[in-house]
Design a protein around this ligand. Structure first.
Ligand SMILES: [Zn+2]
Ligand SMILES: [Zn+2]
Length: 416
């Protein structure tokens, strides 16, 4: 009798746990660690000078990111190999019709809209996000207007930061946007590789590629040093089209050089070191971003590139909601401190983790890898100096313990 009672209690407990677990899954809406996506479009970079060159001669930073993240071996522009058709296909997840009109906001010069909704509009409408959370950085020009779709349109268009005249200007502006607005969805568009290619000077074209590569590398560094982005941002880098394999100064036909482009992805949900052999095309980008950020791209013809995702990432995250976390920041003492701070923390497994110190401006001043210390309670000392051993001024600092999926922080006052 007692035995039966115990068993039935334990059964209902199991059922209750299962229901709770499913409810938490449903409540979280999506099963990814990613909550920021940054997309970079490098206009007209031919694959043979980009990641198609196994030595990565002109793109060392992107080569390193592709090695650390995922690369698609066969990624194609499967439509028109022109900017004005291919970029909207990236936005819409489909090859969309374009409407051209005389735009009074641009002194009557011609401007365009897409027929189908864009990922900006899907994102902002479905997730109720303000324009400041969805930013498009590019050089100064007359930016396209919102789609003509009656359910989307102007109310859901992104915030444009259209400044400067070079990719370097756009890179600076993007860093500014990251620090000022920290948008969850950011698109940086680099135009110089294509225009230098059209100019016909091979050396200028290669310099533009190296510059774009450095800007992507610097962008990733900025994201990793920013507490709003580090550990929860997926970066995608692609092109709208390549260039003729027989003539680098042009593009626009169906030759292999124009069609083959790159898709590089790196982030907490992306498999590490993956070189995927599943062929993909431009319309697959928008649904993949939707999958990660939790919006649907109902008029897209492409599909999410699930093969790039780490199948365990989302599951672990949800399990962590139910079980004690694998890392725990316990106590900082003394506080305030003058010469030495003790940071007490617990690790329940021996996975990669780090302790970082940030100032109130969000700048990382000091960091240590702590994963080698393994399971159990540990204490790490910090002497109030930065990474270069320079003493820091009095003030509040944020101590953060983090691994790939989780971060915990506490504030501490340094008093000189
Ligand atoms: Zn282009
Ligand atoms: Zn061509």
């Amino acid at each position: 009798m007692i035995k039966n009672y115990t068993r039935s209690r334990s059964n209902s407990f199991t059922i209750l746990s299962t229901i709770l677990f499913l409810a938490l899954l449903a409540a979280s809406g999506k099963a990814y660690v990613t909550d920021h996506v940054v997309l970079v479009i490098i206009d007209g970079l031919r694959y043979s000078e980009g990641l198609g060159d196994p030595t990565f001669e002109h793109v060392p930073r992107m080569g390193a990111l592709a090695t650390e993240g995922a690369l698609i071996n066969d990624f194609q522009n499967d439509g028109d190999t022109y900017t004005s058709r291919a970029i909207p296909a990236i936005w819409c997840g489909a090859w969309t019709d374009i409407n051209t009109f005389s735009d009074p906001d641009c002194n009557g010069s011609s401007n365009n809209t897409t027929e189908l909704p864009t990922f900006f509009e899907y994102y902002r409408k479905q997730l109720s996000r303000p324009a400041e959370d969805c930013v498009y950085t590019l050089k100064a020009l007359c930016p396209w207007k919102a789609s003509l779709d009656p359910d989307y349109g102007t109310d859901f268009w992104p915030l444009y930061h259209s400044v400067g005249s070079t990719d370097i200007d756009v890179g600076h502006e993007t860093e500014q946007v990251i620090s000022d607005l920290a948008p969850h969805f950011l698109l940086m568009y680099l135009a110089d590789v294509d225009s230098k290619g059209h100019s016909g000077d091979w050396d200028d074209y290669l310099v533009a590629i190296s510059t774009a590569d450095s800007l992507v590398g610097a962008l990733w560094d900025v994201l990793q040093a920013d507490t709003a982005y580090a550990g929860k941002t997926t970066l995608l880098v692609t092109n709208d089209h390549g260039r003729h394999d027989y003539d680098f100064t042009g593009h626009g036909d169906g030759c292999a050089g124009c069609r083959q482009i790159q898709l590089l992805a790196i982030g907490p949900d992306i498999q590490s070191g993956l070189a995927s052999d599943i062929p993909r095309t431009i319309p697959d980008i928008a649904p993949t971003i939707g999958e990660l950020l939790g919006f649907t791209t109902e008029d897209a013809t492409g599909t999410a590139m699930l093969e790039l995702l780490d199948p365990t990432a989302g599951i672990e995250r949800n399990v962590e909601v139910m079980t004690p976390s694998s890392i725990s920041l316990k106590r900082l003492f003394p506080t305030p401190f003058n010469s030495e701070l003790s940071i007490e923390y617990e690790m329940l497994d021996s996975h990669l983790a780090s302790i970082s110190i940030f100032n109130l401006q969000g700048k990382q001043v000091w960091t240590r890898n702590v994963s080698s210390r393994g399971e159990g309670m540990h204490t790490l000392k910090w002497d109030g100096r930065d990474q270069s051993q320079n003493g820091l001024p009095s003030g509040i600092f944020i101590v953060q313990l983090s691994n790939q999926r989780l971060s915990q922080s506490q504030k501490v006052l340094l008093l000189k």
